[in-house]
Design a protein around this ligand. Structure first.
Ligand SMILES: Cc1cc2nc3c(=O)[nH]c(=O)nc-3n(C[C@H](O)[C@H](O)[C@H](O)COP(=O)(O)OP(=O)(O)OC[C@H]3O[C@@H](n4cnc5c(N)ncnc54)[C@H](O)[C@@H]3O)c2cc1C
Length: 428
């Protein structure tokens, strides 16, 4: 009897999950076993994460259960500890167990995503918030509610303004969405607090470049800036943050901003575990791949999504987006099925369909199939596209119900108190 072959996929985010799903189809009835390892038994549907953080969506509706998404694959909820390419093994540890398990692979897929880029800014690790995990989203919402409660209780006007001032660093899609949604959240929530005026709730969006949302055309990003400023938001261009403290943040220009909440959305970095392998990477630690996703200088290691440098036929690196990770995952599954049958893998070619961003207050910006949109139309398109992209009708229905309820009823401003990032356990 032929020995069974094992494909091990590390990371069950957009790239890994869609790769496994397509592999299940392509290798049905064959001698291939698929094993996925991820520290969470869900993948985050990232486009909805910010809304999960501001309450227009239940946090658990912004994630997709791996066990319902996949049928035939084996899944281990575990932390990947090490990758031994020479011996074709991966070591992982299931949460709560002291034992480290090892598994041998015939093919290894690295789909480990990215982490938030944390430059050496004083106070960032201690006081900075992120928007990268479900815990981050819930922690930020809790933070906003704590700040509102504290602001309502103080008679010191300057302190109240600082408590109600959020600083968001990095104005690409995530930063712009976080800034727009939290500005809206704080101002709407202020109606429930007798001692807070909406005008006291403010967000400053800080961007190193001379415009926000650099992935869309300048006129679209200008529109976004105009809309955000008209709503009372401050946008500080051509600068960044040099220091973050408990009750203030200092810009590179020397300006001191009174704030207790700085959210770091300025870029991503390669997952640190890649550095522990001998696999080839670029200077920033991302895996270097052939156009068919095979990691350079290897036979049976493949990489997709944010953690990899995958290039298009013109030699340009595909951007780190969910849109690309999903297609890369599906294409890699086809390549793996081909290789297992003794055929050659094919290069990946994909042109971006466009970009969409929601900016809060039912406005958005978009460039889809070359057509530029802004305002309510872009926001509506954003919601429609992501609703349809959400896997499974039951989940789509839950999201649609959350959004409908949000249109007709006011949100509850209650702390969930479940997750607080390290260094943020106190109310500092
Ligand atoms: C807030 C936010 C909003 C975004 N919005 C959009 C959008 O609107 N449109 C869009 O196209 N893109 C968006 N993106 C980008 C998009 O989410 C990523 O490009 C995409 O998720 C990349 O897919 P991936 O499979 O490479 O990584 P991920 O989806 O991040 O998956 C990586 C997986 O690896 C797991 N993992 C990592 N290290 C380990 C380890 N050591 N052990 C075990 N498991 C591990 C993680 O738990 C995770 O599940 C957004 C990103 C963020 C943060």
């Amino acid at each position: 009897m032929a020995e069974r072959r094992r494909i091990v996929i590390l990371g069950s985010g957009f790239g890994g999950a869609y790769c496994a799903q397509e592999l299940e189809r392509r290798t049905r009835g064959s001698d291939v076993d698929i094993l996925l390892i991820d520290r969470h038994n869900y993948f985050i549907f990232y486009p909805l994460l910010v809304e999960a953080g501001t309450g227009s969506l239940q946090p658990r509706h912004a994630v997709v259960s791996i066990r319902s998404f996949l049928k035939r694959s084996t899944f281990r909820m575990a932390e990947v500890q090490s990758i031994d390419v020479a011996n074709q093994t991966v070591a992982y540890q299931v949460g709560g167990r002291s034992q480290v398990d090892r598994v041998r692979y015939d093919h290894l897929v690295l789909a480990l995503g990215s982490v938030t880029k944390m430059p050496n800014v004083s106070g960032l690790a201690e006081y900075g918030f992120q928007m990268k995990s479900l815990a981050d989203a819930v922690a930020l919402r809790d933070r906003a509610i704590q700040m509102l409660e504290r602001a309502d209780a103080t008679t010191d006007e300057e302190e109240r303004r600082a408590l109600l001032h959020f600083v968001v660093v990095g104005a690409n899609f995530t930063g712009a969405e976080v800034a727009g949604e939290f500005h809206n959240f704080l101002r709407e929530a202020s109606r429930r607090y007798r001692n807070i005026r909406a005008s006291e709730c403010n967000v400053t969006l800080v961007e190193l470049q001379d415009r926000i949302l650099t992935a869309v055309d300048p006129d679209v990003s200008d529109y976004a800036v105009r809309k955000m400023r008209a709503r009372g938001m401050r946008i500080a261009l051509n600068t960044t943050v040099s220091q973050i403290a408990a009750d203030h943040t200092i810009l590179k220009t020397g300006e001191r901003l009174g704030t207790h909440t700085t959210i770091w959305c300025a870029g991503i970095a390669a997952p640190p575990i890649i550095q522990t392998t001998d696999l080839p990477t670029d200077a920033l630690g991302y895996l270097l791949c052939e156009p068919n996703f095979r990691v350079k200088d290897t036979d049976n290691v493949w990489a997709i999504g944010d953690c990899a440098v995958n290039i298009d036929p013109a030699g340009t690196v595909y951007p780190p987006t969910a849109q690309h990770a999903v297609r890369e995952g599906q294409h890699l599954a086809r390549n793996l099925a081909a290789v297992i049958k003794g055929r050659a893998p094919s290069p990946f070619e994909f042109s971006s369909l466009g970009a969409l961003a929601a900016l809060g207050c039912r406005t958005g910006v978009a460039k889809v199939f070359g057509i530029k949109l802004s305002g309510f139309t872009a926001w509506f398109l954003w919601r429609t596209v992501y609703l349809l992209k959400m896997p499974g009708w039951s989940r789509r229905l839950r999201v649609a119900l959350d959004w409908t309820m949000d249109l007709f009823f006011r949100r509850d401003y209650v702390e969930l108190g479940l997750h607080r990032p390290k260094g943020r356990e106190s109310n500092a």
